[in-house]
Design a protein around this ligand. Structure first.
Ligand SMILES: [Fe+2]
Length: 254
């Protein structure tokens, strides 16, 4: 079971996600904030690509971020887009936290802080890019609590009050987005840890074909707020554009 908090208000908010289906949607960034967020990601995308291929800067500048898959062979995708390169800086996080989604989250859930899961020294928010037709760009089905346990060595008590937020930044609704399995947070799923990219990461010990994962047809800017025990996965997509998303964990404050 998810660890209990002593605060009635926190428990009430957690209970929204403890019941079926384990997530809710409907919150999101206003269009002007989504544009500002896209510009932040674009700047980080360009800076990172320029750092590894300064000779190709003009090509990168001429390529929309969502067309990245058309020029991705110019770089080593896996190493260029490690997690460190996708983390927002403290200043960028402050800018993002002033945007409309965060007020909407507080209205829905009460006071919270954006969690610093990796021990960065500031709230952790990061983005992700998934190319069309690249199964290796997405993670297998998992619950985020397993990452907190295996990768971040967090006890159940340390995970108290944590909720995950995933945001569609550039998606083709119904084609590329996050897949979730309704009510999966109500069950314990067999899993184990494996070392990948130098760190222990969870692996689900169930055939993905036996899971009822459904792609949520989020619109650009829309958030999915979910229980950290909910099974979810990025699904390989066949859209025309690279999918861009953003995510973070929040910790409810009593
Ligand atoms: Fe996840």
């Amino acid at each position: 079971m998810q660890a209990k908090s002593s605060s009635p208000r926190v428990n009430a908010s957690l209970n929204k996600l403890n019941i079926s289906p384990g997530y809710f949607r409907g919150l999101g960034f206003l269009p002007e904030d989504l544009d500002a967020l896209k510009a932040l990601i674009r700047a980080k995308w360009l800076a990172r690509l320029e750092s590894v291929r300064p000779d190709m800067l003009e090509v990168f500048r001429a390529t929309p971020t969502e067309r990245y898959h058309e020029i991705c062979e110019l770089v080593d995708h896996a190493s260029v887009w490690n997690k460190d390169s996708r983390l927002f800086s403290k200043e960028e996080v402050q800018k993002i936290q002033s945007m409309s989604l965060f007020k909407a989250l507080e209205d829905a859930l009460g006071p919270f802080e954006v969690a610093d899961i990796e021990g960065l020294g500031h709230p952790e928010i990061y983005w992700r890019i998934v190319r069309p037709g690249q199964a290796g760009d997405v993670s297998g089905a998992h619950a985020d609590t397993w990452f907190y346990q295996y990768t971040n060595n967090m006890t159940e008590a340390q995970q108290t009050g944590l909720i995950k937020v995933w945001i569609a930044v550039n998606v083709e609704p119904g084609m590329s987005g996050l897949a979730v399995m309704d009510d999966s947070h109500l069950k314990d799923w067999p899993n184990h840890a494996e070392v990948r990219h130098g760190r222990p990461k969870p692996v689900l010990d169930v055939d993905p074909a036996d899971l009822d994962l459904v792609c949520v047809d989020t619109a650009p800017g829309e958030a999915i707020v979910f229980n950290i025990r909910l099974l979810h996965a990025g699904i390989p997509h066949t859209g025309a554009e690279s999918r861009i998303s953003m995510e973070f964990a929040i910790r409810l404050l009593g």
